[in-house]
Design a protein around this ligand. Structure first.
Ligand SMILES: C[S@@+](CC[C@H](N)C(=O)[O-])C[C@H]1O[C@@H](n2cnc3c(N)ncnc32)[C@H](O)[C@@H]1O
Length: 239
């Protein structure tokens, strides 16, 4: 593990929130859905992994692996799974707790502690992933800097796969939702931790940043998990 010290764009409270969540919750609830029990999170992760593999493609070659970056990897569920599929995976997260856990599980990926706008690489990636990360970045400047940095890491014809809700011009405004009630349909009065640190942005906000950088929005694939409105936005570098 390598460790960066420059996470100054992130507020202390954001860092504390994620470190505490990674410390207190199990390997699925810490980065998955905080309002779900373990079987629910198993299903939530498995469905999204299947969708990701469909998007990335089912080919892998030991002689020419895909170079994949998992940005905001949490405890490394997707990074490990994609390494098992034969891809060469770099993965980072701003939470030292999460990365310590991910390193202890091993399984192939190269891990580091870094924020979205900090990660640098000597090689470009075939696929850059950000699963359920950008809608947890509340500060617009930090979100923009992180997004632009991830875009810069995608090779020509490579893909940037990010998750957020599929909102359009009509419901253009960014909005906060309660992770526990909105996405699962759970009883809002049930005693579960509040869905903090969520700020969904419309697809147009992502397009506005990414299209001038040569990345075209090629598709949106919904998670298809219960009432979730979230899904994978795929951007392809065309120039
Ligand atoms: C909901 S979890 C998702 C983790 C992982 N992608 C997964 O799906 O299992 C969000 C993750 O984003 C990380 N994170 C939040 N803000 C970040 C930032 N600015 N840079 C890097 N990681 C960040 C948190 O530490 C947390 O691990």
């Amino acid at each position: 593990m390598t460790e960066s010290t420059r996470t100054d764009a992130m507020t202390d409270s954001t860092r504390t929130y994620w470190d505490t969540r990674h410390l207190e919750r199990d390997d699925l609830a810490s980065g998955g859905h905080i309002g779900l029990d373990r079987p629910g999170n198993e299903i939530f992760y498995a469905l999204r992994l299947g969708e990701l593999i469909t998007l990335i493609g089912d080919l892998s070659s030991p002689g020419a692996p895909l170079f994949v970056l998992d940005a905001g990897c949490g405890k490394g569920y997707f990074a490990r799974a994609l390494a098992r599929c034969g891809h060469r995976v770099d993965a980072f997260d701003s939470s030292p707790e999460a990365i310590t856990y991910a390193c202890s599980r091993g399984g192939g990926p190269r891990y580091a502690v870094a924020a979205l706008d900090e990660w640098r690489s000597p090689w470009p990636y075939d696929v850059v992933l950000g699963v359920d990360v950008l809608f947890h970045v509340l500060d617009d400047e930090e979100w923009r800097a992180g997004l632009r940095n991830l875009a810069s890491l995608v090779r020509i014809t490579g893909r940037l796969i990010l998750t957020d809700e599929d909102t359009h011009e009509t419901d253009e405004d960014t909005h906060e939702t309660d992770e526990d009630t909105h996405e699962t349909g759970q009883d809002p009065h049930e005693s579960t931790p509040p869905g903090d640190y969520l700020l969904h942005r419309p697809a147009s906000a992502y397009r506005r940043e990414l299209e001038p950088l040569g990345l075209t929005h090629t598709l949106f694939r919904p998670y298809g998990f219960r009432e979730s409105r979230a899904g994978f936005h795929v951007f392809t570098r065309t120039r």
